[in-house]
Write a protein that binds this ligand. Structure first.
Ligand code: M8P
Length: 834
């Protein structure tokens, strides 16, 4: 046990930093030239060279460095309470534009580059997306970091530095083809390796009882295979406030270059192989597919992140407090982004007990008062469970601890509900059966002081359904925190023309107080303002049209209504319902009933998990239907359908400013929140949606008349199960029948017979979980209403303006304030002292 508080070594001293770097055009240009010429050793300015972009990053990063040091210093001096946000995913996207915006040097950098004949836009476009996430959950974590830095909240993000992020998607003959995302290949100039903070992570081995020097018996985890965790830090600047927070990503490395023992025993190949095995841990991001559930490497990733991050926090703690943990819970909070890092509950117990000599009760007090858990999904197949047998093999010491937590928890249930063995079976952390499993969500709940959902509806369904027993036991632990998005990226940076129009009208305050958008309400009917609003939208649509043509070869006109659905491809999100509508419009136009329709471009984009067969068929179906529609001369100027390939964060930055209609059409009760819905709303798109996730709150905010509602409610969907008869619905609706006839006749797959059979089958299936047929008619009707509304230009523009005006509460600034007021209770960082 360490006891004395380690002092700084004699001779350690801070490198004196004297002046802040100037933020002028001249200084930026001179730094750029320095990095491009002298550090990167390049002479020729080629538009698409990665080195131009890198040199600009270094110039910007220099200006973050001193602010970063001051932020860290302020935290250390004040010894203030802080939050660690633990997430397997941070979908950061590109970082340059955001850094320049937040530093307030966009104009200076633009000018500096203009002087040497370069366009900042082109330079920014050269940056690769940091794609360390699957979708909404990962992007939410990234928006949280931006808002926390902007609110000066002491929050550090902990994640994994995957060598390969989210795969790239190519479309070949209508099918998705995956390509590795080797995003680090050209180097990643934002990160700083901090080898001095490396941690050792144990795997395998066994628990053993040993007697220590004082004669006390204690458990030690022995014969382990150790892996090194090396942190890489990325700066997270706040908006014009001189705060720079940290995103710390862990990379796995073999502990010794080679395992010397193995090497000396003569098995050179084995020792290289075990080095590889260590480094495999952070090799690749898992694309969320339920088929991938239960993969051992994924559990290794989860433990690797949890252990490294907790050890890092404790290391930093001990540096300031020695081995005195009495204030630890008062000064630290760990927010778990879904159950993915939930093993942290057991790992913190292990570290406190095994490594710091604490007894169970004290350790449990600390754990239960520092952990907070956010749930992001109700889908039963997404609820993580790990086989006990895998835990025993990989993390034997953690299994001991989970068993002990469970035994004590079951004693608590028995006291609360004496004799209720069914409750015990239902609530146990272990699901019994031929293959006993650990329920990670229950571990997270039992080990946390706060459990939250991500939209009001979702949080209610958690309390009343999935976690009902727990909510009954600990009602005060359950709460809601509705998601948001950062307006700095999702309005200011991605839609500069709209941002200028707004700022000209109400000032710049909305960038840090999004509620101020309410101020443009007054302009909603002003013809002049409306005309300018439309001009911005049109220009954004033209920009997207150009991009679409480049990516797909399809020529589109910006005059059509842009009807957009971009998100991961999943049955519950019902891209299929959207395709059925496209086929219906196609059918109407073909039979001469299309004259009153608004010309429409339907854009669908998103990736399917590589192992998700049905989702991949849906992509193929979209592409086949698109080919038939787009090559039919009768559709010209009336209807187009296009699949946007390789949809990602930078894709959304072009798409959401250009959307007229935002498709949020999941089966009610299935989409926990959605965040794309908020980005579209903020950029003046009108939602067509079900009463699901945050759609409910969006509709409340903007008003019924500015939202196209359709579909069954959660309660109606539940009531339907059992009696659901899609066959009868299809038979009773001639439009639906015609659509199904077209699909079933092979109209969209003449030369590929049978490929859509499973899709067709799923629609006709009484057990269809997603009840596509149940919402067909009301969807078609709502779409028709949207089409009619679009024809009244002034009316549509009014709705568009009101959507932006009412999007104030969907800022992650509000979300983070809510987390802080109810869960974290941290003080803003004060830079005074540093
Ligand atoms: C992600 C996984 C990733 C890898 C392996 C297994 C996984 C299992 C589940 C999930 C997961 O839940 N992903 C989500 S939840 N993605 C989302 O976008 C969700 O979180 C968002 C942020 O709260 C919500 O807005 C979405 O509605 C929700 O689906």
């Amino acid at each position: 046990m360490k006891s004395a508080k380690p002092e700084k070594q004699i001779g350690d001293r801070e490198l004196l930093q004297t002046t802040d770097l100037p933020m002028t055009t001249d200084a930026i240009l001179s730094d750029f030239t320095h990095y491009f010429g002298r550090m990167l050793g390049r002479r020729t300015i080629k538009i698409d060279s990665p080195f131009l972009y890198q040199a600009v990053v270094y110039a910007a990063r220099d200006r973050l460095m001193e602010r970063w040091r001051k932020t860290r210093n302020a935290l250390e001096v004040d010894d203030s309470r802080r939050v660690a946000y633990l997430s397997l995913e941070f979908l950061m996207g590109r970082l340059l534009r955001n850094a320049l915006l937040n530093l307030g040097i966009e104009n200076e950098t633009t000018e500096a580059l203009e002087r040497i004949g370069l366009d900042l836009e082109d330079v920014c476009a050269r940056e690769r997306d940091t794609g360390l996430g699957n979708g909404g959950l990962g992007r939410l974590a990234a928006c949280f970091l931006d808002s926390c830095a902007t609110l000066s909240l002491p929050v550090v993000g902990y994640g994994i530095r995957y060598q390969y992020g989210m795969f790239h998607q190519r479309i070949e003959n209508g099918y998705q083809v995956e390509e590795a995302d080797s995003w680090l290949r050209e180097g990643f100039p934002w990160e700083i390796e901090r080898i001095e903070y490396a941690q050792t992570i144990k795997f395998g081995g066994r628990s053993d009882v040993q007697i220590d020097a004082s004669g006390k018996s204690r458990i030690v985890w022995v014969d382990t295979h150790d892996v090194l965790a090396i942190p890489y830090d990325i700066p997270v600047p706040g908006f014009e406030n001189d705060i720079v927070n940290t995103l710390r990503l862990w990379s796995a490395a073999a502990r010794n270059e080679f395992d010397l023992e193995e090497f000396n025993a003569g098995s050179y190949a084995d020792s290289v192989a075990s080095k590889n095995e260590a480094e495999n841990i952070t090799m690749v991001l898992y694309p969320n597919a339920t088929t991938e559930n239960g993969q051992e490497l994924r559990l290794r990733q989860q433990y690797f992140l949890a252990s490294a991050s907790l050890q890092d926090t404790i290391r930093d703690w001990c540096q300031r407090h020695g081995d005195d943990f009495s204030e630890f819970a008062a000064k630290n909070c760990f927010q778990l982004n879904d159950t993915h890092p939930a093993i942290a509950v057991a790992e913190l117990m292990r570290l406190l007990i095994d490594e710091h000599g604490m007894d169970w009760d004290d350790a449990w007090d600390i754990t239960r008062n520092t952990m907070a858990y956010t749930n992001h999904t109700l889908l039963p197949e997404a609820l993580e469970m790990w086989p006990v047998s895998m835990f025993r093999r990989l993390l034997p010491r953690l299994l001991d601890i989970i068993y002990e937590i469970n035994a004590r928890f079951i004693a608590e249930i028995s006291q609360h509900w004496p004799g209720d063995t069914d409750k015990i079976r239902r609530m146990s952390l272990i699901q019994e059966g031929s293959q006993p499993m650990i329920r990670m969500a229950y571990l997270a709940i039992v080990g946390s002081f706060s459990i939250n959902g991500v939209a009001e509806l979702h949080s209610r369904l958690l309390r009343e359904g999935l976690f009902r027993d727990f909510a009954e036991l600990w009602p005060h632990r359950f709460n809601n925190k509705t998601n948001g998005v950062t307006q700095r990226r999702w309005l200011a940076a991605c839609n500069p023309a709209l941002a200028s129009l707004i700022s000209e009208t109400i000032g710049e305050g909305w960038k840090t107080n999004l509620d101020e958008l309410d101020g443009i309400r007054d302009q909603a009917d002003d013809p002049d303002f409306q005309a300018r609003w439309r001009a911005v939208k049109l220009a954004n649509k033209q920009r997207l049209a150009t991009d679409l043509e480049k990516k797909t070869g399809l020529e589109v006109s910006a005059d059509m209504m842009f009807d957009v659905q971009v998100k991961r491809i999943h049955e519950y999100k019902r891209q299929l319902l959207n395709v059925l509508h496209a086929i219906h419009l196609y059918d109407r136009i073909r039979r001469g009933d299309g004259d009153k329709l608004s010309p429409r471009l339907i854009i669908i984009g998103g990736k399917a998990a590589p192992g998700y067969v049905m989702a991949k068929s849906v992509i193929k179906c979209i592409n086949n239907v698109a080919r038939v529609i787009n090559s039919d001369p009768a559709m010209a100027g009336r209807l187009q359908l296009v699949f946007y390939p390789d949809y990602n964060v930078s894709g959304m930055e072009k798409i959401c400013p250009a959307a007229d209609l935002s498709e949020q059409i999941s089966t009610a009760g299935k989409e926990a929140s959605g965040t794309g819905n908020m980005k579209f709303m903020m950029n003046g798109a009108i939602t067509i949606g079900t009463l699901d996730g945050a759609n409910v709150e969006i509709r409340e905010a903007v008003g019924d008349e500015n939202f196209f509602l359709f579909g069954n409610t959660v309660e109606e969907i539940e009531a339907l199960r059992g009696s659901y008869d899609p066959q009868a619905i299809i038979d009773g609706d001639s439009d639906f029948r015609r659509v199904m006839d077209l699909l079933e006749s092979g109209h969209f797959n003449h030369f590929e017979p049978g490929i859509f059979d499973s899709i067709i089958q799923s629609i006709r299936e009484p057990a269809d979980m997603w009840m596509t047929a149940a919402d067909f008619r009301s969807f078609i009707d709502a779409q028709a209403e949207a089409g009619r509304a679009y024809q009244d230009e002034a009316h549509w523009t009014r709705m568009s303006i009101l959507n932006t005006a009412c999007s104030g509460r969907f800022s992650t600034d509000r979300t983070m304030r809510d987390y802080n007021e109810d869960i974290w209770h941290v003080e803003p960082i004060s830079l005074e002292s540093s």
